[in-house]
Design a binder for this molecule. Structure first.
Ligand code: KIV
Length: 279
């Protein structure tokens, strides 16, 4: 079953047209209620493969599958009526060949209703981006720290310092020239992020990059304080829902053990309401 297409969502071309304008706002989402909360506030919502770590307790994004992305994509799609939905291509679903990427991207779009896919990689992925875009699949690129390459990058360190800066600039130019409508810059130093933003003609979406990017994205569980295993420097916590949730669960447990819950307002009388009313 394919998700119903939303009528008011911006198109990738609208997102691209926002280059240099009011910053684009984005968050990740994995469930319908989260998507509903952000629909009025975000320009686009990313069904990120970070779902593996923040929702499924996996140690990295490498174990996330196409099936997991489709399941969460469909849930998010049901919660959006105005924000555009972008969905991550998981590790192993696109790197082998442009044809493999097309198969996977077509499934993601057909089965979730997403408006675009996101894939990780700079120059090595330019040919694949070009192949997808020419066949009707809008692509958001992701360069800098690319978590799916964690084993070759050797950790979650800042990317593009010193001699690496030129390479990252070339990656940004390559994905823009290949037809990506926007590019995520993850953990890229501020000065280089600003230079990339000034050089390429598509919006840069920063996460640990620069306030000068054309937009910003955060993992929702990070900014709400729901994912607390670690906190990256680039995360700003806007709430502490994890701590608030645990306090609420502890209060519930104490109430149950003390027989304070359920209270009289939570139980049902043996006498039906109509009989009570007639008495
Ligand atoms: O998977 C994800 O959440 C992402 C963001 C960090 C951009 O790719």
């Amino acid at each position: 079953m394919s998700a119903t297409a939303r009528k008011t969502a911006p198109l990738p071309v609208d997102i691209k047209a926002r280059k240099g304008g009011e910053p684009l706002v984005s968050l990740t989402a994995y469930t319908t209620p989260m998507a509903q909360m952000m629909d009025a506030h975000c320009d686009f919502v990313l069904v990120g493969d970070s779902v593996g770590m923040v929702l499924h307790g996996l140690p990295s994004t490498l174990e996330v599958t196409l099936e997991m992305m489709i399941l969460h994509g469909r849930a998010v799609s049901r919660g959006l009526s105005r924000a555009m939905m972008v969905i991550d291509m998981p590790f192993g679903s696109y790197e082998q060949s442009p044809e493999q990427a097309f198969e996977s991207a077509a499934r993601l779009i057909r089965e979730t209703g997403a408006g675009a896919v996101k894939l990780e990689g700079g120059r090595p992925m330019a040919g694949t981006i070009d192949f997808l875009v020419k066949r009707g699949i809008p692509v958001m690129a992701h360069i800098g720290l690319t978590p799916q390459s964690i084993n070759t990058l050797g950790g979650y360190r800042v990317q593009g310092r010193g001699a690496e800066a030129d390479t990252l600039m070339q990656d940004a130019q390559a994905v823009a020239e290949a037809g990506a409508f926007a590019v995520v810059l993850e953990k890229v130093p501020q000065g280089l992020s600003d230079r990339i933003t000034a050089t390429i003609d598509i919006p840069t979406i920063g996460i640990g990059a620069s306030p000068g990017c054309d937009g910003q994205i955060l993992v929702v569980d990070d900014m709400l304080g729901l994912f607390t295993a670690f906190k990256a420097k680039f995360v700003k916590r806007y709430a502490e829902l994890g701590a608030a949730g645990e306090a609420a669960i502890a209060a519930y447990a104490a109430d149950v053990r003390a027989r304070r819950f359920p209270g009289p307002e939570h139980v049902f009388s043996d006498t039906p309401p109509e009989v009570k009313a007639a008495q």
